[in-house]
Design a protein around this ligand. Structure first.
Ligand code: PRP
Ligand code: URA
Length: 208
């Protein structure tokens, strides 16, 4: 699908298998999600803009690079939190915002309950993270809110996406690139991604 990149890499696939496994305990789930996020992020951020800086090596001055733009990582609570450490491992200088949202399990529509987004200019790279893209309601609503707050350079990074959710987000936000580790088969009647990995927030935090 146009605008959607599936990060097809053996190291990501190996983490994803452990994350899918119902026997994986919360502690391991957290660690694997963080590592998978770092690997997906590495691929998803390869077009970040850099600017040239001079670097003094012990022997002479040479050309170096630093990130040109302010980077803001936005986690959709709760499950998106599990991806933040991986991103901060890649870019310790990034600032982090939070959008609290849960899915109304009857309507399957997102309900916002918290918002903390660092002030940034229109040039900032705003990276929205949430491991699960199911109906796409949460991601589409978060992207809309971030645009209202002035974000112009957005990308969305998840782990597992349903085809229905990808389509919905692409229709509403066609200019936002999406990166994931897998596009699964379908959504079931309860709005779960199949085969999926279950409820990511519950598995991260041991709730149910
Ligand atoms: C999950 C997931 C996404 C959302 C995806 O959150 O982390 O935010 O569902 O579903 P959608 O694409 O249909 O909107 P959930 O509502 O379970 O909250 P939690 O992360 O706090 O568990
Ligand atoms: N949210 C999840 O955590 N998992 C799903 O399969 C769908 C929504």
């Amino acid at each position: 699908m146009e605008g959607v990149t599936v990060v097809d890499h053996p190291l990501v696939a190996r983490h994803l298998s452990v994350l899918r496994d119902r026997a994986t305990p919360s502690g391991v789930f957290r660690q694997r999600l963080s590592e998978a996020a770092m690997l997906i992020g590495y691929e998803a951020l390869r077009d970040l803009r850099v600017e040239r800086v001079d670097v003094d090596t012990p022997l002479e001055t040479t050309a170096g690079a630093r990130l040109a733009d302010d980077i803001v990582v936005i986690a959709i609570l709760r499950a998106g939190l599990g991806m933040v450490d991986g991103f901060l491992g890649l870019m310790p200088e990034a600032r982090v915002g939070h959008l609290g949202m849960y899915r109304d399990e009857q309507q399957l529509s997102p309900v916002g309950y918290y918002e903390s987004v660092p002030e940034h200019g229109p040039e900032a790279e705003v990276v929205l993270v949430d491991p699960m893209l199911a109906t796409g309601g949460s991601a589409a609503s978060a992207l809309r809110r971030l645009k209202e707050r002035g974000a112009r350079r957005l990308r969305f990074i998840c782990l597992v996406a349903a085809p229905e959710g990808l389509e919905a987000v692409r229709v509403q936000h066609p200019e936002v690139p999406i990166f994931c580790a897998a596009v699964d088969d379908r959504l079931d009647e309860r709005g779960y991604i199949r085969p999926g990995l279950g409820d990511a927030g519950d598995r991260l935090y041991g709730t149910d």
